[in-house]
Ligand binder design. Sequence first.
Ligand SMILES: C[S@@+](CC[C@H](N)C(=O)[O-])C[C@H]1O[C@@H](n2cnc3c(N)ncnc32)[C@H](O)[C@@H]1O
Length: 210
Amino acid sequence: MNQNDYFDRLAVSGNPLLFTNADRLKVLRLKERLGELAGRRVLEPGCGAGPLTEYLSDWVGPLGRVLAFDCSPGMAQEGRHRLANRTNVELVCAEAETIAVQSFAWDLVIFFRVFPHFEDKSAILRRFRPGLAPDGRLVIANLEGSENLNARHSGFSEPVRHDRMPGARALRRLLEEAGYRVGALIDEEDEFFAEAVDARIGPPGRRRAR
Ligand SMILES: C[S@@+](CC[C@H](N)C(=O)[O-])C[C@H]1O[C@@H](n2cnc3c(N)ncnc32)[C@H](O)[C@@H]1O
């Protein structure tokens, strides 16, 4: 089974990774970290069935826009179905490795619960950097820290059992090598949050959350 088959199956399993009540509390914490998003343009690679996309749609509001995509046709279909009434959301089936990335188009690119699944993480980070608007940010977020997430993945079946989330130090290096300046970087038991800007054009001196 390849990764798309795995997520296609999850999409129709009755549990396409929608949020639990505990997850929702963490999503509110994520919102605090992200700050005001009204009117913003957000790109969400690997959106799955769109549990965060739904929140992003609310957060950017009627003047904002969310482009969410997933390479699993099943997940993308499920997401499109769930979010069909959201006029500020477009959800398509596409791969992060090949989707066209328009230059300077996005105020926020958010990799939420997807980063471990990228085979060539460095290449993905480099691909999306030109898509950031001059004051745009890249965020990589998970609902648990890297150690916990990697332990969970080890218990899953192929093909995701070997997918790994880099820890804070390794991710910082990846981001810097890919041309980003890193701001907040949190890797704790129940949270992973990393924020970065394009080192050449991003706003200077973003405050570190911790
Ligand atoms: C763990 S799921 C999480 C989905 C969603 N972000 C969520 O929080 O529910 C990871 C998703 O990333 C997608 N994915 C993995 N690699 C991808 C890639 N290279 N391009 C686009 N989507 C990808 C998978 O198909 C899967 O739906």
